[in-house]
Design a protein around this ligand. Structure first.
Ligand SMILES: [Ca+2]
Length: 68
């Protein structure tokens, strides 16, 4: 919903920075270095070796919620 709103604002020229913000959101997966895991908060990076090790490393504990 919010991305649609940003798109509308961008197209109408009311919010020139909306596209930049949207692109930034699309690059979340590149915030972390190779071998790191991006927590589901899209802010925190932890080593992939810390995934599912029984000890929550992400603030939202998403590194422990990937048990397959
Ligand atoms: Ca962990």
């Amino acid at each position: 919903m919010s991305q649609l709103l940003l798109a509308i604002l961008t197209l109408s020229g009311l919010l020139p920075n909306a596209k930049v913000l949207t692109v930034g959101a699309d690059q979340d997966q590149q915030l972390c270095d190779p071998g790191e895991f991006l927590c589901h908060d899209h802010v925190t990076c932890v080593s992939q070796s810390w995934l599912c090790d029984g000890d929550p490393d992400c603030p939202d504990e998403s590194d422990e919620s990937l048990v397959t």
